[in-house]
Design a protein around this ligand. Structure first.
Ligand code: DC
Length: 210
């Protein structure tokens, strides 16, 4: 069983994906981490975030060493890496290097849960279970803002909302694998749901579509 989950940031898709993976005892891949890794690598090596050649090389390195990658650097998920990760994610030469390893993960025996922006459309279009998790930009910004406050990172709600909208626009308008709902995906709006309610709704969608 492949569970393909897409949606914008702070929609709740990561939490839902993790909970579904644990419920069904399936391996889980947060594919956003791959683009975040490329962006952080550029930053650490002092390359500009829009240096496509350096980003492609970083993606090749990541592809070749994926088994050794822990993805445990807390900076990967930081606010500072969010914007540059959407810049590298728009580069066809970066996406090309990372498609196959995601497809291998998706098609492993027994199945898998993956979340991202193009799982239902590009990585695993054959998946029988596809969810597109969304929420209003304001609700998502509110969640991200609270998360940052809890981590002690400084940001204003307005700045978080603006960042999120800029990132949504870039992810949705790029030419390669833009973020969009697959024709056969089920839409779940979590704007007015808490974590337990959102998971319960996702679980019933999975059970109906199994
Ligand atoms: O889900 P996230 O915020 O960790 O993703 C980081 C960036 O990577 C985001 O701007 C969208 C992009 N991304 C993508 O283009 N395709 C994916 N499958 C996953 C993430």
């Amino acid at each position: 069983m492949i569970i393909a989950i897409d949606g914008p940031s702070a929609s709740g898709k990561g939490t839902i994906a993790r909970k579904l993976a644990s419920h069904f005892n399936l391996p889980y891949l947060d594919t956003g981490l791959l683009y975040r890794w490329v962006a952080l690598h550029l930053k650490n090596k002092n390359y500009a975030p829009d240096d496509a050649a350096a980003a492609a090389n970083a993606a090749i390195f990541l592809r070749e060493n994926i088994k050794e990658m822990g993805f445990d650097d807390p900076e990967l998920r930081s606010h500072a890496i969010s914007q540059p990760s959407s810049v590298v994610a728009a580069m066809p030469e970066v996406r090309r290097e990372l498609v196959e390893l995601q497809q291998q993960f998706a098609t492993q025996p027994g199945g898998a849960v993956l979340d991202g922006r193009d799982i239902g459309t590009v990585i695993a279009p054959q998946a029988k279970i596809k969810l597109f998790i969304t929420a209003s930009a304001e609700k998502r910004a509110e969640r991200r803002f609270k998360e940052l406050q809890n981590k002690g990172q400084t940001a204003t709600y307005e700045a978080v909302l603006k960042d999120l909208q800029a990132r949504d626009a870039r992810d949705e308008s790029r030419t390669t694998a833009p973020s969009k709902i697959a024709a056969d995906a089920v839409l779940l709006d979590t704007s007015d749901l808490n974590v337990d309610e959102a998971f319960a709704a996702a679980l019933s969608i999975v059970k109906e579509n199994r």
